[in-house]
Design a protein around this ligand. Structure first.
Ligand SMILES: *Cc1c(COP(=O)(O)O)cnc(C)c1O
Length: 421
C-alpha cells in the first residue's frame, strides 16, 4: 500500500469532508520555502504552512538549537517547576511586545490561547466581584475551533451543531469608511449594558475572512471606547504576530494597546505547537491574592515545553536580525509592485496588501468551497506552488526567506491562474 492508501485507512484530517476529498498528498520533506512530495515533486510554500514557518522550513539556526536542547531537557511539568528556555523566552519576548505586556501564560495552539484569554477576562471580573457575561467580537472573525474560540468566531457556517452550546457573544461589524458611525453606535450600546467583559479582535487583518484588511484608525477608536468602558481588550495576533503585517505585531499600528495578546502560529517558527496568552500587570493583579480560588486554574500538560520554547527563542533571534527585517520590507515593496501591475486585470475585483500579505479577489461568483476553488488549488499545485484560495480570494503570505525568483514564481502563477477562471 502506498502512503495515500495507508492514510485513508486510519487518519481523519482537519477541516475535511472525506467523502468528497479522500486523498491527501504525502509530503515527505520540507526545506526553506520548499515542500517535497513522495515523488520528488516540489512546491513553493506560498502560505508558510498556515503562517507558521516564516523563516523557512528546517532553518539550520533553529534546528541546531532545538537539537541541543533535546539533549539537555526534553519536557518537564510547568507547575511547581520552571526552566531556562521558558525564562529566556519571556526575557526576549516581553521587550518586543507592545507596551504594557508583563506576563506570559502558555498553552498549545491558537485556539487555546484565545480560550485562555476569554477565561482570564471572565475571571478578571468574577474576582473583582463584578461578574460580566458577554464578549464582543467582530462579524467574520476567526479565533479558532475550541468552544470559547468558536463562540467568538463569526464564520459560523460549520458551527451549526454547536450553536446552542456557545458563549454569549455580541457581534460587531468590521468598521470601514462607510459604516464606522453605525459600528460605534452599536458598540456604545453594547458597552452601556455594563455586561461586557472583553472585546476581542484580529488587528488589521482577518485571516480566515479571506485576508480582509481594515484600518488601524478605526480599530483604535473601538479599542479606546472599550478601555473607557473598563472592558478588557484582546488582540488575537495568532496570525498577525511576528512581522507579518510589516511591524513585529499588528498592535503596534495603534497607540492604544490591548490588555491581552494571543500568539501562536509562527511563535515557534513552525517547529512545534505552542501558544502564549500575554497580559498586562493589571490583568495579572486581579488573580494575585491570598485566596487560592482567585488564581487561574487552567493548565495544559505540555505548557512551556522546553523544545518549543527553544524554537521560539531561535525564531525571535531571526525575527530581530537585520536580514529578516530587511526581507520583510522587500517582500512588502514587491507585493505593492505586483499589486499595481495586477489590479487592473479584468478578472481581478480587488487587491490588498498589508506587510507580507497580498490578497486578490477574483471577479467571479462562487461558494467558499466551490469547484472553482478546487480547480485553482489543483492548478497552483501543478505549477509547483502551494496556495490555498479562500473562496474567490487568492492570497500569499510567503516565508520571509523567499528569494526574488521564488516570489516572482508565485506572482506568475497567480497571474496565470486568471486564465483558467
Ligand atoms: C489560526 C488562528 C487561530 C487558531 O489557531 P489554531 O492553532 O489553529 O488553534 C486563532 N486565531 C487566529 C487569528 C488564527 O489565525
Amino acid at each position: 500500500m502506498n502512503f495515500k492508501e495507508r492514510d485513508r485507512k486510519h487518519l481523519w484530517h482537519p477541516l475535511t469532508q472525506h467523502k468528497l476529498h479522500p486523498d491527501h498528498l504525502p509530503i515527505v520533506k520540507a526545506k526553506g520555502v520548499w515542500l517535497y512530495d513522495e515523488n520528488g515533486q516540489r512546491y513553493i510554500d506560498g502560505i508558510s504552512s498556515w503562517y507558521t514557518c516564516m523563516y523557512g522550513h528546517s532553518h539550520p539556526k533553529i534546528i541546531s538549537r532545538v537539537k541541543e536542547q533535546l539533549d539537555v531537557l526534553d519536557q518537564v511539568v510547568f507547575s511547581g517547576f520552571t526552566h531556562p528556555p521558558a525564562i529566556e523566552l519571556s526575557e526576549k519576548l516581553i521587550p518586543l511586545l507592545p507596551p504594557g505586556m508583563e506576563k506570559l501564560f502558555f498553552s498549545d495552539n491558537g485556539s487555546t490561547s484565545v480560550d485562555v484569554a476569554i477565561k482570564m477576562s471572565l475571571q478578571y471580573y468574577f474576582n473583582k466581584g463584578n461578574s460580566r457575561k458577554r464578549i464582543v467580537a467582530f462579524d467574520n472573525a476567526f479565533h479558532g475551533d475550541t468552544f470559547g474560540a468558536m463562540s467568538v468566531s463569526g464564520l459560523s457556517v460549520y458551527n451549526g451543531p454547536f450553536e446552542n452550546f456557545l458563549l454569549t457573544v455580541d457581534r460587531l461589524n468590521v468598521p470601514d469608511k462607510t459604516n464606522i458611525e453605525t459600528v460605534m453606535k452599536s458598540f456604545r450600546a453594547m458597552l452601556d449594558s455594563n455586561e461586557v467583559a472583553a472585546f476581542i479582535y484580529e488587528p488589521l487583518v482577518q485571516g480566515a475572512a479571506a485576508m480582509h484588511m481594515y484600518s488601524p484608525d478605526h480599530l483604535e477608536i473601538l479599542i479606546k471606547m472599550a478601555k473607557e468602558a473598563g472592558v478588557l481588550t484582546i488582540a488575537d495576533e495568532v496570525m498577525t504576530g511576528f512581522g507579518k503585517t510589516g511591524k513585529n505585531f499588528a498592535s503596534e499600528y495603534m497607540t492604544s494597546q490591548p490588555d491581552i495578546i494571543c500568539l501562536s502560529k509562527s511563535l515557534t517558527a513552525g517547529v512545534a505547537p505552542m501558544a502564549l496568552t500575554c497580559c498586562s500587570q493589571k490583568v495579572y493583579n486581579a488573580f494575585f491574592d491570598d485566596e487560592i480560588s482567585k488564581g487561574f486554574f487552567h493548565g495544559h500538560t505540555y505548557s512551556a515545553n522546553p523544545l518549543a520554547c527553544t524554537a521560539a527563542i531561535a525564531g525571535l533571534d531571526l525575527l530581530c536580525s537585520h536580514e529578516i527585517q530587511t526581507a520583510i520590507k522587500t517582500i512588502h515593496q514587491r507585493h505593492l509592485e505586483f499589486e499595481r501591475y495586477i489590479k487592473n486585470h479584468d478578472k481581478v475585483k480587488q487587491t490588498r496588501v498589508t506587510g507580507v500579505i497580498l490578497a486578490m479577489d477574483l471577479d467571479v461568483e462562487m461558494d467558499r468551497y466551490g469547484t472553482l476553488r478546487d480547480r485553482l488549488y489543483a492548478f497552483f499545485m501543478e505549477q509547483g506552488v502551494f496556495l490555498r484560495p479562500l473562496g474567490n480570494t487568492i492570497y500569499t503570505l510567503p516565508p520571509f526567506v523567499i528569494s526574488n525568483s521564488e516570489l516572482e514564481r508565485i506572482y506568475e502563477v497567480m497571474e496565470k491562474s486568471l486564465e483558467i477562471i
